[in-house]
Design a protein around this ligand. Structure first.
Ligand SMILES: [Zn+2]
Length: 209
């Protein structure tokens, strides 16, 4: 079962991919982790991508990313399937992916912008131990870390303006993928505004049908 998870930031996509990976016993492949893994292993292209691009904070070009995805999917642990998270992000990437593999299911975790903005702007991080709190995991005392009594602050990434910008980029670049995969008969939408265990149940129903 070759699966793609897509969805805007703030829908807990990574968490769902992680849990689904354990449930189905197939690897969860997020682009960032894949980049790090291949570079650490000494993969030539992986090292090049690190030294020239992501290691310097630059975007890895599509032609290199797709080759790295191809090398990652060729590994033995992917023989029964995999879950892609964070790739493809654009139509050109989706078309390139279709050249190297066959996708079985595309799951879109949906959520309204209002819910996402509320969830992400409520996040707070401990300045000492970096633990993250939010609507789902509030601290016992407001503004104070449960673990170390550190002060909780809002990260720049969780400021409303930054979130709105990321949501716009998602709408413009990634949302078109939903029609692309609908045309292929592969897309299922899942309600991402439910509690996390319910979202996972819906995803599992989709992949077991
Ligand atoms: Zn702390």
């Amino acid at each position: 079962m070759n699966i793609i998870l897509i969805g805007p930031p703030g829908t807990g996509k990574g968490t769902q991919a992680e849990r689904l990976s354990k449930k189905l016993n197939i690897p969860h492949i997020s682009t960032g982790e894949m980049f790090r893994q291949l570079a650490t292993e000494g993969n030539a292209l992986g090292v090049e991508a690190r030294d020239k691009y992501w290691g310097k904070g630059n975007l890895v070009p599509d032609n290199i990313t797709i080759k790295l995805v191809e090398e990652r999917l060729a590994k033995a642990d992917c023989k029964n399937g995999y879950i892609l998270d964070g790739f493809p992000r654009t139509i050109p990437q989706a078309k390139a992916l279709d050249q190297i593999t066959t996708i079985d299911e595309v799951i879109e975790i949906q959520s309204s912008n209002d819910v996402i903005i509320k969830r992400l702007t409520s996040r707070r991080q401990c300045i000492n131990c970096k633990k993250i709190y939010g609507i789902d995991v509030p601290p016992t005392y407001e503004g104070i870390c449960d673990k170390c009594n550190g002060k909780l602050i809002q990260r720049d990434d969780d400021k409303e303006e930054v979130i709105k910008e990321r949501l716009e980029v998602y709408q413009k670049q990634t949302k078109p993928l939903t029609s692309y995969y609908t045309k292929q008969g592969k897309l299922t939408e899942v309600n991402g505004e439910q509690p996390i265990p319910h979202i996972l149940e819906d995803i599992i129903k989709t992949v077991s049908k």
